[in-house]
Design a protein around this ligand. Structure first.
Ligand code: CMC
Length: 429
């Protein structure tokens, strides 16, 4: 925080409004516009492009330089040297755990992987062809009906237990959503496996045979979870904070985050990437789709390209691309038609004037879609996997907000509707 001030001049009235400026530890200073309301004015910032809605110590992004730090640690170092659950600990508690802390944390997550047995019957209320994200919105929200003992948000212990439950049960619920959609029996978690192995076991195992989980694929899965773990105040995290600011319980807030994540501009992009590659269908049709992406009158966009914050490169995409190469090599896939299209699109985006000028680089979802497809994850599950990884970010931000000082989120508006007018009776309309 600093003593510097911004002076806003309105209609020639110089020095009319003085606004304090605060500095964070990194990143742009912010102008505190709270005092404007008293002057009968609001700020106008559709899409929150220039608005810092909160103070946070969890994640820092410098979009221009392609930097992503969790609690100060660069994402590439975490992806190389850490694992998902250790990164969860870091996001939740602010420091890397020592060996004993890590063992205790991982052990606690493992003890929470099973879900209340009644949740199994809850799934039967859904249609078999329901989208797994639709199921996740419902089932995660419903956790508040099953775990009453972690709903008091003013109790730190309750908040901790809710965090453990959410992180531990998300893979179980995600895999159950998939098994339900194909009419296969649900798999119980196997707590001798690590987080990513357990997820693959519940996705692809069956109760009649022992599971065979490839360590390379499990490592890639772990990296996908890790690279999606948090991304500061994105649409879904801001949704979780907004829902939480009313005092709603954590399970309901995370369900709200899942809903916000689902859209194709956010977490739904990884699914949309694969659908787009399938729609393109052949390398010979790429130019046609690139032309459509550039056409202002055509709403089509190249999915997996561009980012609101990263205008240089997406540092997660760099690690994800490397993981994609490893997975494809491990699986011996070198001539998949969709991959050919993906590679060509990537070349175009990195060399075409339109994409360079608008700074539209391949983002994390471009490569994660390719890896997930190679692992054999059905396309409809891609966004669910993003949700599993992002759960820790949501809960870390929710907890940061609830344990500090906060007010209910209540944006204002620029009203452009009718001024007051008199009601017209039905026979006069
Ligand atoms: N293909 C073609 N043109 C694009 C694309 C694209 N993917 N993305 C942006 N543009 C153009 C857009 O038409 C606009 O052009 P103009 O200035 O001539 O009007 C310009 O680039 C800026 O676009 P914008 O919509 O103002 O940018 P934004 O910051 O509001 O949107 C975005 C960011 C990610 C929603 C957008 O780039 C997009 O729709 N990308 C495709 C969806 C996608 O891959 N989303 C995943 C993001 S990464 C995962 C996550 O963190 O959620």
């Amino acid at each position: 925080m600093s003593d510097t001030k911004a002076t806003l001049t309105i209609d020639g009235r110089e020095g009319a409004i003085e606004l304090p400026i605060y500095s964070g530890s990194l990143g742009p200073d912010v102008v505190d516009v709270g005092g404007l309301t008293g002057q009968g004015m609001f700020t106008y910032d559709p899409g929150f492009v220039s608005t810092a809605a909160c103070e946070s110590q969890i994640t820092y992004i410098d979009g221009g330089k392609g930097i992503l730090l969790h609690r100060g640690y660069p994402i590439d170092q975490l992806a190389e040297q850490s694992d998902y659950l250790e990164t969860c600990y870091l996001l939740l508690y602010g420091e890397l755990p020592n060996a004993a802390e890590k063992e205790r944390f991982v052990g606690t997550v493992h003890r929470h992987t099973m879900v209340n047995e009644q949740i199994r019957t809850f799934y039967n209320g859904f249609r078999r062809d329901a989208h797994p994200m639709a199921i996740m919105c419902g089932v995660v929200g419903a956790l508040s009906a099953f775990y009453h003992d972690s709903l008091d948000i003013s109790d730190e212990q309750h908040r901790q237990v809710a965090a453990f439950r959410l992180i531990a049960k998300m893979p179980t619920l995600a895999a159950m959503s998939y098994k339900f959609s194909i009419g296969a029996p649900f798999m119980y978690p196997d707590n001798s496996l690590n987080y990513a192995e357990n997820f693959l076991h519940m996705m692809f195992g069956n109760p009649c045979e022992p599971s065979q989980v490839s360590p390379v694929l499990a490592r890639a899965m772990d990296r996908i979870f890790l690279l999606h773990a948090d991304h500061e105040q994105n649409a879904s995290t801001s949704t979780v904070r907004l829902a939480g600011s009313s005092g709603a319980n954590p399970f309901a807030c995370i369900a709200a985050g899942i809903a916000a994540l689902w859209g194709p501009s956010h977490g739904g992009a990884n699914e949309a990437v694969l659908e787009m590659l399938e729609e393109i269908g052949d390398v010979s049709r790429i130019d046609e789709f690139v032309a459509r992406a550039k056409d202002k009158d055509d709403p089509f966009r190249l999915m997996g390209f561009g980012h609101r914050v990263y205008k240089n490169f997406d540092p997660r995409a760099k690690v994800m691309k490397q993981a994609a190469d490893e997975v494809l090599e491990e699986l011996g896939i070198d001539s998949d038609p969709l991959l050919e299209i993906a590679k060509r699109l990537e070349e175009i985006a990195l060399s075409d004037e339109y994409f360079i000028e608008k700074k539209l680089y391949p983002n994390v979802d471009f490569y994660s879609g390719i890896i997930l497809k190679a692992i054999g994850i059905p396309t409809s599950m891609f966004t669910v996997i993003f949700a599993v990884g992002r759960t820790v970010g949501w809960i870390a931000h929710w907890n940061e907000m609830i344990s500090g000082s906060y007010r209910i989120g209540r944006p204002r508006q620029l009203y452009t509707g009718y001024a007051q007018r008199d009601f017209v009776p039905l026979d006069k309309r």
